[in-house]
Design a protein around this ligand. Sequence first.
Ligand code: GSN
Length: 233
Amino acid sequence: MTSKPILHYFNSRGRMESVRWLLAAAGVEFEEKYIKTLKDLKRLKNDGNLMFQQVPMVEIDGMKLVQTRAILNYIASKYNLYGKDMKERALIDMYTEGTYDLNDMIIRYPFLPPGEKNVSLAQITRKARKCYLPAFEGISGGSALKDHGQDYLVGNRLSRADVHVVELLYHMEELNDSIVGSFPRLQALRTRVSDLPTVKKFLQPGSQRKPFKDEKYVEELKSFFYETGQDRT
Ligand code: GSN
């Protein structure tokens, strides 16, 4: 029997949420060990578990994987969500990197001082509307959804690109509920992916998906990182 992957992170979205989404979409059950105190983080570090002294960290197949991109690459390869050849993979990588660009801004948003939030939200919205969502939709540049009327972004079958884009659509909509409405193919993609049994389960209340605006955790994490003097996201 293979054991479930174990996710080491805070009880919040941050950089781990895409890992949760990808595992859930692949139909993989996972466990989570939450870092609740500075002592928990120190213990992980002192035990030599974190190559760069940072989380996310995922125990999987006898490895302790760090670096979010490396973790996602491994999961996508293992569960066949990474295209059938190098060209599909390159396309999937382009979509994926596009989602990271926006996601990096979204992850930081809850931690910004109140005075900076409006500016950041305007910037996220503008970039999403003018650049990233049009690209995924196929308005700027090629997209399988537009050019070939296909069901998924690459190779007409589910890949990590679809999972990352759909996760992003949900997160974007929480920030600005009018934005996704102008992109009909992306809405259709979201419905298609959300209807997959694995994803449907993950979208149900009580799943391991983490809520967006949990002020309590934002405050906890803020004080945590002020204490360590590290990155606040
Ligand atoms: O993508 C990655 O996993 C890394 N390039 C960055 C990971 C990172 O910055 N981790 C921070 C937590 S913030 N967000 O997840 C971290 O572990 N800080 C603690 C520390 O002592 O550095």
